[in-house]
Design a binder for this molecule. Structure first.
Ligand code: FES
Length: 393
């Protein structure tokens, strides 16, 4: 991209563009001072609970950019949810929407003269797409996750003993139990009302939480950004952790611009290995195969299906998360989030600590103050005893 100096915006070719941008409330020559017409690339829809808070977060980011002296530029993209398409005649619109969304964000960013980009995106395909426009454009930027759904509870077995850890997975199991005559219509209706008390992505380690984990572990999202709940309940505003993450992300973006650190400085091969290692250790979805390879291609990083397999064969499963374990993603957030898992993996020699991240620090620096699972107050969300280098598993 050219240096957008004052003369850039007053020459014959770009002067008319400056008139257009000013009429819409932007001041293009300000970008010279702030270097920040920030594309807030967002996959918003009110059609599903995975992304229905995205618009509010995008507006929050615009305000935060404005408070930092920059100009937030909203760019929309389609937001398709598998919860609405899977098993229907419309399923064909799902996977293709990932690439369509990346294309929309790239198009909006370049066409509206953005200097940097924050991507806000949540559900399976939109979360998978989040890193693609950043890798493709290499614009200064990072990802903000709108959040996962808070878990729910009911007062009848076998779900009552699970406590406040029910997710959409429990509704699916309840649905099958009703078919088999093991629970009543009323109990199924209760599960339907209670498993997801607010909005957010599926609470288990399905594709959305797997891809938010990938975004954080690869270094493109601030620490603890992959696991926060979207809201407190259906009637509440977005969760304070999401608001804090949004403000901190704008601050981090300006720091990255000052440092000159771009996505391809972060999304290097070692960072891909870290991301895949972490997702495996948390029991992530096998859909990561589809999406990580696409992201690597956009980043120009040679990364193959054999690399994914090789990494998977040496990584222990240390997070007790659904669908294989007991807890929802929010439980991991409450004990420290993805950094706790990464701390254990780094200590075991399974991660590269010297890679750059969007904090402007290396991964090892980010994890320096993070507690190992065995040093946390009693918990069984992340298991301790990750084998040390040379150990066997
Ligand atoms: Fe949107 Fe699962 S269907 S996150």
């Amino acid at each position: 991209m050219p240096d957008k100096s004052v003369s850039y915006w007053s020459d014959t070719k770009h002067g008319l563009r400056a008139v257009e941008l000013r009429a819409a409330g932007f001041e293009p020559s300000e970008a010279v001072k702030t270097n920040a017409v920030v594309t807030i690339a967002n996959a918003y829809t009110n059609a599903h609970r995975c992304n229905n808070r995205v618009r509010r977060i995008a507006d929050l980011l615009v305000d935060a950019v404005s408070s930092s002296g920059g100009q937030g530029l909203l760019v929309g993209a389609p937001a398709v949810s598998d919860a609405l398409t899977q098993g229907t005649e419309n399923a064909g619109y799902s996977l293709v929407s990932r690439d369509l969304m990346a294309d929309c964000m790239e198009t909006g960013h370049y066409a509206h003269h953005g200097n940097a980009m924050i991507v806000v995106s949540g559900c399976d395909k939109t979360g998978a797409a989040a890193l693609m426009p950043l890798a493709r454009t290499n614009a200064f930027g990072l990802v903000v996750y709108p959040g996962t759904s808070s878990p729910g509870r009911v007062d009848f077995e076998p779900w009552a003993s699970k406590g406040n850890n029910l997710t959409i997975m429990d509704y699916m199991e309840g649905s099958a139990a009703r078919e088999a005559g093991r629970i009543s219509d009323d109990e199924l209706a209760s599960l339907q009302r209670c498993v997801m008390p607010g909005s957010g992505t599926c609470g288990a380690m399905f594709t959305a939480n797997t891809m938010s984990t990938i975004a954080e572990a690869i270094g493109m999202m601030l620490p603890r950004g992959a696991s926060h709940p979207a809201d407190y309940d259906a009637a509440s505003d977005i969760h304070d952790d999401v608001k804090n993450q949004a403000h901190a992300s704008v601050k981090a973006l300006y720091h990255l611009m000052e440092m000159g650190v771009r996505p391809r400085d972060i999304m290097v091969r070692e960072a891909f290995e870290n991301a895949v290692t972490t997702a495996y250790a948390m029991g992530g979805s096998t859909n990561l195969y589809l999406h990580v390879l696409a992201i690597a291609r956009e980043a120009g990083v040679p990364f193959t299906i054999d690399d994914l397999q090789r990494i998977g064969e040496r990584v222990p499963l240390i997070a007790n998360l659904q669908p294989h374990g007991a807890y929802a993603m929010v439980s991991l957030h409450n004990v420290g989030g993805v950094p706790v898992v990464m701390k254990a993996l780094l200590g075991a020699g399974l991660l590269h600590g010297d890679v750059m991240t969007v904090t402007g620090k290396t991964l090892a620096e980010n994890l320096a103050e993070v507690a190992l699972p065995e040093n946390l107050p009693a918990q069984d969300v992340v298991f301790s005893g990750c084998p040390t280098p040379g150990g066997s598993w």
